[in-house]
Design a protein around this ligand. Structure first.
Ligand SMILES: [Zn+2]
Ligand SMILES: [Zn+2]
Length: 140
């Protein structure tokens, strides 16, 4: 329901004419969708709308001692992950890739904050489709 309110136009044609896309919401509330008890974030694939919540990312939430930078690092990875979806990237099976699906915070900890080589290539292709003039300029 929340995503319905923030629903944006989809597809790379939007990217062609509007370079500015929007990350619509960063929250400190518990997010969920009907089929899941909770989610860390959600995005429209190839769209311009994504949301993320810090609510379930702290160690304190699970009765554990807070560790320096864990919360910020997890939130950063979650935001990068959701932004990846807005650029058309789907979930990746490369273990360390930030586009891997994470159901638990431990899963987020096991990922890097970077895209794997495959996802980098897919992102580059998406950008080339959206901005052919840049693609030609860089001879990609
Ligand atoms: Zn995802
Ligand atoms: Zn990947």
């Amino acid at each position: 329901m929340l995503m319905q309110r923030f629903k944006g136009r989809r597809g790379s044609s939007w990217h062609r004419t509007n370079f500015i896309w929007l990350f619509r919401g960063l929250f400190y509330v518990d997010l969920f969708i009907p089929i899941l008890t909770y989610i860390f974030g959600q995005a429209f694939l190839g769209g311009r709308t994504a949301i993320a919540s810090i609510y379930r990312l702290s160690n304190e939430r699970y009765g554990l001692k807070e560790i320096d930078n864990y919360l910020l690092t997890r939130f950063t990875k979650e935001i990068i992950h959701e932004l990846g979806h807005t650029f058309g990237l789907i979930h990746c099976h490369v273990p360390a890739c930030v586009m891997g699906s994470s159901t638990y915070v431990e899963g987020i900890d096991q990922k890097n904050s970077n895209l794997c080589i495959k996802c980098q290539a897919e992102l580059m292709c998406e950008l080339c489709n959206s901005f052919p003039e840049l693609c030609n300029a860089y001879q990609h």
